[in-house]
Design a binder for this molecule. Structure first.
Ligand code: ME8
Length: 506
């Protein structure tokens, strides 16, 4: 079986999960489910980033021991993956022993390749971003310095180990040239290229002024910089340093899905460190865009954080997933508002999808005893069913290119055509004098619902499961290989009672 691997960032446990964390996780889940249905062997990891100053400060603020604190908050993230019905195959916590072992080994490899040296760091640091900044990347107001999005940075001076990042600029640029799809979307790749061309400095990779981190072996007072620690999580889940050849096959097809905020870490530091450690690079880094709430940056201090749990309570899981996946092109920013949320789910899910299935199956129940009326004929080029069966290859290309919203759009364009077909066929009229035609039309629609139900599984898993249950399609016949005429619903196949699929919201 072909292997593929998807990763979300591991999230900081300084605070509760919000819509942004849910977004990346849902994207990876949709991709994982899609490739799984397409007979890939899929690994999908997520997790929590539990060390560093930011988390230590949050624990102090809560007057809690850091370990007790991270255990508690990490559980909120685990619970969110459950609530979102995420299909992750692993959940990595950086406080786990297996991870500490992997991070130490990774450090050792860099050391053995003479990529680490001891010196002193003097410069600006943002605790929020857990990131070092050069002065040219900051703005000055009064005697204080801020990141471009307004976070105050602090000056730090301390002994530190450094990674020889400055040696890797040209090699990175060469790699990006030879692998033009390594960083996507292309606009993000261009950002990375100009960042590298502006000159890379060696990277400070240890801290001595606090203790909440993985101890550097052989040193009494250094802990690893939280980003080195965190990036290694992607290897932890492959049992690094004991990764088998088979596990490396996942790695070669590994796709890091991240937000655009952490592109530099994944597209510059991480590949440089992997090259330095002589470990092959993952396949891709895809940076998605940023969600705002009614045009405003989402932040706790503004008080406009969107809690995914509350959204799911109010509107349902599939509705939440659908909106996030459908509303924006992956890679672009999105704005959340309840108005656009309701408009989107009413028009697409309630009307276009739910209502069509409901009225068709109710009519079929009344006039054809809730059974498949006839055996449909193999469709010809211009038939609607021909288009139905040919949707999958198009969607597959979209998904391979991470165009999730486009893939969903294709399905809903088809649903609009099916609605039109129903309206033109007017079964409520034809049943009076042409029962045979009505039977053909209804059977065409019902078979199309089977295909649509199978195709929608990665995006709205609960509703598609419902649709396929109503159509009485066996669980083992729901993979993409069943998306053709050969597996059509046969005459007299019993259909179950239809239940309302999607409520409408005012
Ligand atoms: O950066 N819109 O963790 P983090 C879209 N621990 N996505 C958003 C978002 C928003 N408004 N807010 C957050 C870290 N995200 C590190 C990562 S990985 C080795 C270490 C998502 O908790 C998005 O995926 O700050 C972003 O990259 C991530 O959460 C940042 O999560």
């Amino acid at each position: 079986m072909k292997k593929i691997f998807f990763t979300t960032p591991i999230f900081y446990v300084n605070d509760s999960p919000h819509i942004g964390h849910a977004y990346t996780t849902i994207i990876c889940d949709a991709l994982s489910k899609f490739f799984n249905l397409d007979e890939y062997d899929v690994l999908f990891t997520t997790g929590t980033d539990e060390h560093g100053l930011k988390v230590e400060k949050a624990a102090k603020k809560n007057k809690t021991d850091p370990k007790v604190f991270v255990d508690k908050v990490s559980e909120n993230f685990v619970n969110l993956t459950k609530r979102l019905e995420i299909s992750n195959t692993d959940f990595v916590r950086t406080t786990e022993e297996r991870h500490k072992k992997a991070a130490r080994k990774f450090w050792k490899l860099l050391e053995e390749k003479d990529q680490i040296y001891l010196s002193k760091y003097e410069g600006w640091y943002s605790v929020r971003d857990e990131a070092f900044y050069q002065e040219k990347e900051l703005k000055k107001e009064g005697d204080k310095f801020y990141t471009l999005d307004g976070e105050e940075v602090q000056w730090i001076e301390e002994e530190s180990f450094f990674f020889r990042l400055s040696e890797w600029g040209d090699k990175l640029l060469k790699y990006f040239n030879e692998n033009p799809d390594f960083i996507l979307p292309l606009s993000r790749k261009n950002e990375v290229v100009s960042f590298i061309k502006s000159g890379l400095k060696d990277l400070s990779i240890s801290r001595t002024s606090f203790e909440w981190g993985i101890k550097v072996e052989g040193s009494t007072n250094h802990i690893m910089y939280v980003w080195i620690d965190a990036l290694v999580n992607y290897l932890t889940s492959l049992d690094f340093p004991n990764t088998s050849e088979e596990q490396f096959n996942y790695w070669k097809n590994c796709n890091h899905i991240i937000g655009k905020d952490i592109l530099k870490f994944h597209a510059v530091y991480w590949p440089a460190m992997l090259m330095a450690a002589d470990i092959p690079l993952p396949k891709k880094v895809f940076a998605h865009g940023w969600w705002t709430n009614e045009g405003k940056k989402i932040s706790k201090s503004v008080g406009n954080v969107i809690d995914p749990n509350l959204m799911i309570d109010k509107y349902g899981l599939d509705q939440f997933r659908y909106f996030l996946l459908r509303e924006v092109t992956l890679g672009q920013d999105g704005d959340f508002s309840e108005h656009s949320f309701k408009a989107r789910i009413n028009s697409d899910l309630s009307n276009n999808l739910g209502n069509l299935i409901q009225r068709t199956l109710k009519f079929n129940a009344k006039h054809f005893a809730n059974k498949m009326p006839i055996d449909i004929q193999e469709p010809k080029k211009n038939d609607l069913l021909y288009e139905v069966y040919n949707l999958f290859p198009k969607i597959k290309v979209n998904m391979q290119n991470f165009q999730i919203n486009k893939a969903i759009e294709e399905i809903f364009i088809l649903l609009a055509k099916l609605n039109k077909f129903m309206d033109t066929a007017e079964p409520w009229n034809s049943i009076k004098n042409n029962r045979e035609k009505t039977a053909i039309d209804l059977s065409t629609l019902i078979e199309s619902f089977r295909v649509v139900g199978i195709l929608l599984q990665p995006f709205i898993p609960d509703a598609s499961n419902n649709i396929l249950n109503i159509l009485n399609i066996e669980k083992k016949a729901r993979k993409f290989e069943f998306l053709n005429f050969k597996y059509k619903i046969n005459k007299d196949h019993c259909i179950n009672e239809i239940e309302p699929l999607f409520p409408k919201y005012d």
